[in-house]
Design a protein around this ligand. Structure first.
Ligand code: PGA
Length: 251
């Protein structure tokens, strides 16, 4: 499939973060009660710092914004320092004026994962859907914890992490050893993500170059979950030069 994905190539990760933060700021300025989708991982950290900076210096207000995070480790409490709830509080929520009760992160300790996932989907629908969703990409092409093989119409569910993802998250940036990484997570599905009105995927560094090339220029295939964004009406990849390194037609 000749993809619809819009590609923005930046010189480095600082420029990626600035561009992404401005895209979110524009959505929030146009609609102060915007529903935004958020991601965790190393890649969006600088983007959240930029958003916090826009809040401090330009008065960008998150007071009416509602947020939904993509995923959460199964078995981790929100106050565990490797949980994604903790990450979001630490990197963004504590630095802006978003109301804590308007931030939705799946509960990794829910009694019933099925009901937790259903409630999350229902909540998104009840607030009118997500206006703009920020994504990272795994070295294996995953989006959220939708590992290769995940269906295009998959919904929020309990998933198993692949060995590559466990290894990537225990390389010292997050968990210290693979043994500490939970084996499962709750993750928004690819179908859930595709329903966002606009999608912004960030990729930085040479480690992401193969996944970016497969997603943008490869087949529309569950082998590379991010390629399943190719037919989305409004999807932008913001990547640095290193992550764009394997694209044949970098625009
Ligand atoms: P990273 O993770 O930003 O830590 O590289 C991205 C992802 O796995 O989606």
């Amino acid at each position: 499939m000749a993809g619809n994905i819009k590609l923005v190539v930046c010189k480095d990760d600082a420029e990626v973060a600035k561009k992404a933060a401005v895209m979110f700021a524009d959505v929030i300025k146009a609609k102060p009660s915007a529903v935004i989708g958020l991601a965790t991982g190393s890649t969006p950290e600088k983007t959240y710092a930029e958003m916090a900076q826009l809040h401090r210096t330009q008065g960008l207000s998150f007071k009416q914004v509602m947020s939904f995070n993509l995923d959460e480790y199964w078995g981790l409490d929100g106050d565990h320092d490797q949980s994604y709830r903790y990450f979001m509080n630490d990197h963004l929520f504590q630095h802006v004026d978003i109301r804590p009760w308007n931030t939705f992160v799946l509960n990794g300790k829910a009694t019933n994962p099925y009901l937790e996932c259903q409630a999350y989907e229902t909540k998104i629908v009840s607030v009118g859907g997500v206006d703009i969703w920020l994504l990272g990409i795994g070295g294996n092409g995953h989006i959220a914890f939708n590992e290769p093989g995940s269906a295009v119409d998959s919904r929020t569910r309990l998933v198993n992490l692949t060995p590559e993802t466990i290894a990537a998250n225990s390389d010292g940036r997050f968990f210290k050893s693979a043994a500490e990484v939970p084996r499962c997570a709750l993750s928004a599905g690819i179908g859930t993500i595709r329903e966002a009105r606009s999608i912004v995927l960030l990729a930085t560094g040479a480690k992401k170059a193969d996944a970016v090339a497969a997603a943008v220029e490869g087949d529309f295939s569950t082998a590379c979950p991010a390629s399943l964004l190719q037919d989305h009406a409004d999807c932008t990849f913001i990547v640095d030069e290193a992550a764009a390194g394997k694209l044949k037609n970098a625009r």
